[in-house]
Design a binder for this molecule. Structure first.
Ligand code: SF4
Length: 296
């Protein structure tokens, strides 16, 4: 029951605590959830007019890494340690663009230059362990963009990096999506990063979208108690002694979710209806949707 759209050329941020279903939703777009145990029971995943939910594995292989690419959180575990960087970039180029090995290597040098890897021709023969964390994430980005996808999914791409490198990678992602005119789904639990990167934002809780709005509306006029909790937990600039707000409790177990609003066991504003009836997304303004009984 997750419903959202990413428009051409925009950056859509998906936020929520760990375990809210952000990554599962993103992996589902590329049909990367193993089936079984995963199963798409109903609904669709519409991309450029086609429903990805009905595609065969063979058809999905042509889309993955070509029209839609993904950058994962941990570059060390995403890259294969026993193949050179060059092999890992060229494989996708050869498969999707049907180029020769020599032509693919030339393309790989080009894309490594674009993502800021020094001496790219010689680095093609290096293995992932010979790169730093930030450089590995640049390589991941190079692989993801090597076939100029129209849609990129970045799943917490900077979480495993230190803060200064995070800023460089975020800037690089912004430059790259501008250069290739790529739409971006940006997944994070960091509201500061969302404010910096995104045009529109969706807040997810327990596999449900609870609020979507453009960036300014979400930060200035958010309505859902969960969004409020997330925003209150950002440290305020300049205050040296402050106790951070936290949302009591933990994300519910989706194998045995609570009835009604999934957030009700943790919500300070819940009423009796919240325990029995699941709120539906309602339009609260232009492009602003909220699922909460407070606005019935
Ligand atoms: Fe809180 Fe009720 Fe709104 Fe859920 S529906 S967020 S429990 S007020």
């Amino acid at each position: 029951d997750v419903n959202w759209e990413v428009r051409k050329g925009e950056v859509f941020g998906l936020v929520g605590e760990s375990g809210c279903g952000k990554s599962v939703s993103a992996l589902s777009i590329l049909r990367l959830i193993p089936e079984p145990p995963g199963e798409i029971e109903a609904g669709g995943i519409i991309f450029e007019g086609q429903d990805l939910a009905t595609k065969s594995e063979r058809e999905m292989q042509k889309i993955r890494g070509s029209k839609i690419s993904m950058v994962f959180q941990e570059p060390m575990t995403s890259l294969n340690p026993v193949f050179t960087i060059g092999t890992q970039i060229c494989d996708g180029i050869i498969f999707h663009q049907k180029l020769s090995k020599k032509q693919a290597r030339e393309k790989a040098v080009e894309i490594l230059t674009t993502v800021g890897i020094p001496s790219p021709a010689s680095r093609l023969d290096s293995y992932p362990h010979e790169f730093s964390g930030g450089m590995r994430q640049r390589v991941m980005l190079a692989i993801a963009l090597s076939n100029e996808p129209s849609f990129l999914i970045a799943d917490e791409p900077t979480t495993a990096l230190d803060v200064t490198i995070q800023a460089q990678i975020l800037e690089l992602i912004q430059d790259m999506i501008m250069k290739f005119n790529t739409s971006l789904l940006f997944i994070t639990h960091n509201m500061g990063v969302v404010a910096h990167m995104c045009d529109r934002i969706g807040v997810m809780y327990a596999s449900h979208m609870v609020e979507t709005a453009d960036k300014h509306t979400l930060f200035e006029s958010h309505l859902h108690p969960y969004t409020e909790g997330l925003l209150n937990s950002i440290p305020a600039k300049g205050k040296r002694k402050q106790s951070l707000h936290s949302i009591e409790g933990v994300v519910c177990n989706m194998l045995a979710p609570p009835s009604g609003c999934k957030f009700h066991p943790r919500c300070e504003r819940s009423t009796s209806i919240c325990m029995h009836e699941e709120p539906r997304l309602k339009k609260m303004g232009e492009g602003h949707f909220v699922a909460c009984h407070l606005y019935d």
